[in-house]
Design a protein around this ligand. Structure first.
Ligand code: NAP
Ligand code: G4F
Length: 351
């Protein structure tokens, strides 16, 4: 493994950060693509990043964007990766209804830009590159559960349509050019690093803050939707396994259990001895123009061919997330109290 180089697009995201930890542990020379932002956006990988001037730096970062094909090509020429994990995306389904063109550009055309860059790199004499394409259970949309690799797709959002285009670009580049491109069709996976506007993290964060008196209400949309929720740390192992297989293929990655948003609320608030019904209100702005009602994956192919299985149960996942958010909320309370120290009574009331 000593000389294997990997490039992660989307290294600053939830999955990118767990995959980075896994690949470093496996001894890869690891490179990541970071989007330019006006503030630091590397919070999820700060713990593994070292200043490149320091000895032993294991993760090298490059500015790049899936909207910028030329930049992607330059990075690939420079890094000469053996494996590329394309995790970059505008990944929020509700937002994709507000920004459909941008979502399609980054998610669908971005994947195409990457495949073209890899194709040209190899045609120009570069070593063979294996590509992982981050597909989504959203592509199944309204298809009846349980969903497997054999289930016909019926996407229900601009995000899902874009992911499906990327999925078929990957298959086409496999068939047309013999490239090693594997599609992971991952069902929802969560963690304490999940973005705060996805429903699970929104719930665990709010439950913890309500418990400590930092917030009073949580506004949500459709509580009836059912999802097959797993733990992100388990799922990045499946990504890696796909690129170690003898041949490229498509794999569903899921737990095989599904729960409603209402179930998640009950577990998260219940674990803090709170009754969620006293705190949750419905705000129609969180409804989607077209919803995905029920995702429930069948990952038997990944189990049989990759030896992959989820390790973390639904209850363990909820507990991991609630405990993390409770610690964060305690820290916020401590910071608030430190600020209040020394203020007069009326100043405290204003705060
Ligand atoms: P995430 O936390 O939203 O991370 C997305 C990553 O993509 C971030 O690093 C983000 O950078 C980066 N990115 C956004 N726009 C980009 C652009 N134009 N060019 C390059 N990078 C860009 O998502 P995640 O949950 O880790 O998911 C990883 C991938 O799997 C995504 O493609 C997602 O659509 C897909 N997926 C996720 C799930 C799930 O349940 N988590 C399930 C199925 C599929 P910033 O940090 O700067 O925003
Ligand atoms: O947490 P969500 O926003 O995740 P969603 O839409 O299932 O998408 C996630 O999983 C996909 C895999 O299937 C990924 F491809 C995608 O990138 C992303 O990671 O919403 C889950 C459910 C939905 O049915 C939504 O309508 O929760 C419902 N929901 C109810 N109230 C809410 C809310 N979702 C959000 N984000 N915010 C709410 O207030």
């Amino acid at each position: 493994m000593a000389n294997k180089r990997a490039l992660i697009i989307g290294v600053t995201g939830q999955d990118g950060s767990y995959l980075a930890e896994l690949l470093i542990e496996k001894g890869y020379e690891l490179h990541g693509i970071v989007r330019r932002a006006s503030t630091f956006n590397t919070g999820r990988i700060d713990h593994i990043y070292r200043d490149p001037h320091e000895a032993g730096a294991t993760l090298k970062l490059h500015y790049g964007d899936l909207a910028d094909g030329t930049g992607l090509r330059r990075i690939i020429e420079k890094v000469r990766p053996h494996e590329i994990y394309n995790l970059g995306a505008q990944s929020h389904v509700r937002v994709s209804f507000d920004e459909p063109e941008y979502t399609a550009d980054v998610v669908a055309t971005g994947a195409l830009r990457l495949l073209e860059a890899v194709r040209d790199h190899m045609a120009g004499g570069g070593e063979a590159v294996r590509v992982y394409q981050a597909g989504s259970s959203e592509m199944f949309g309204s298809a009846a559960p349980p969903q497997s690799e054999a289930t016909p797709f019926h996407p229900r959002s601009p995000y899902a349509v874009s992911k499906l285009a990327a999925h078929y670009f990957a298959i086409n580049y496999r068939e047309a050019y013999g490239m090693f491109v594997s599609n992971g069709i991952l069902f929802n996976h969560e963690s304490p690093r999940r973005g705060e506007t996805f429903v699970t993290r929104k719930i665990t964060r709010a439950a913890a803050r309500i418990k400590l008196g930092l917030e009073r209400k949580l506004y949500l949309g459709n509580l009836d939707a059912k999802r097959d929720w797993g733990y992100a740390k388990d799922y990045v192992e499946a990504m890696w396994l796909m690129l170690q297989a003898d041949a490229p293929d498509d794999f569903v990655v899921a737990t095989g259990e599904s729960y409603s948003v209402r179930d998640f609320l009950g577990r998260a608030f219940g674990s803090l001895d709170l009754d969620w019904q006293q705190y949750v209100e419905i705000d129609p702005r969180y409804f989607r123009p077209s919803e995905v009602d029920h995702l429930h994956g069948d990952a038997s192919k990944a189990h049989a061919k990759l030896g992959w299985k989820p390790r973390t149960t639904f209850d363990e996942l909820v507990k991991i997330m609630v405990n993390y958010d409770l610690d964060r909320a305690r820290r916020d309370v401590a910071i608030r109290d430190a600020r209040l120290e020394g203020r007069s009574g009326s100043e405290r009331d204003e705060w």
